[in-house]
Design a protein around this ligand. Sequence first.
Ligand code: MLT
Length: 259
Amino acid sequence: MKHLSIQGANWAFSDEGAGKALMLVHGFPLDRRLWSGVAADLKEFRVITVDLPGFGQSTLGKGFTIESLADGLATLVESPKLGPLTLAGLSMGGYIAEAFASKYESSLDRLVLVDTKAEADNPQQKQGRDKMIDMVRTGGSKAVADDMLGKMLSPETIRTSPQLVRELRNLMVAVPPKTIEIALAALRDRADYVSVLQRLKVPVMIIVGKDDVIAPPSLAETMQKAAAGSKLEVIPAAGHLAPLEQPNAVADALRRFMA
Ligand code: MLT
């Protein structure tokens, strides 16, 4: 595990292997272990997995927005001189990757958007974020984990992998309530990135779990239309967490895209 102080927070990340650089950014409310199976499969690349501030082994610092996290990643990319690299983000990690691409496209070789979308929250979704902020204030991380758990995985994963369901709940419960609260505000206040996708020049791949109900395949198709020439990979037997549910299928898609 490596550490770098960025914007007053201690960012933990792992940086393993040699070859083309691939940075993997987790979603909400998770940490870099979301990508463990994918990273283990991609032995031929230099794979960097990041704990965002307040998640996993990183400290929170003074808080964040989606844009400040993109700036933090840019600092991380510069410090060991990684770029241009392939950046892949899941859900919240995808929003951060979109913000990164908007500002730092020259640091990118390729962009991969997993179980995510490009549109900003609508008023109803913003209200949902505020309700969840109340939920974490009163019920803690457990309340948020129990509210989200059923929507994160495909019915098949829930049926066949009780161990994975337990591990996922543990991951979510481990995120401090303060981090969850700040992340929810960051998600609520994020910009719309549709125009970013429309103007990007780097190759883009979109990956979506066939059963994702949080960022469903219909939204992945919208992103594919926005990003001219982009590829779309639909992963069977996966919900919102395709890299956790089907790590080898996601690794194969990344391998083909980076070849
Ligand atoms: C995530 O998985 O990062 C979140 O579900 C994203 C969101 O709620 O928009």
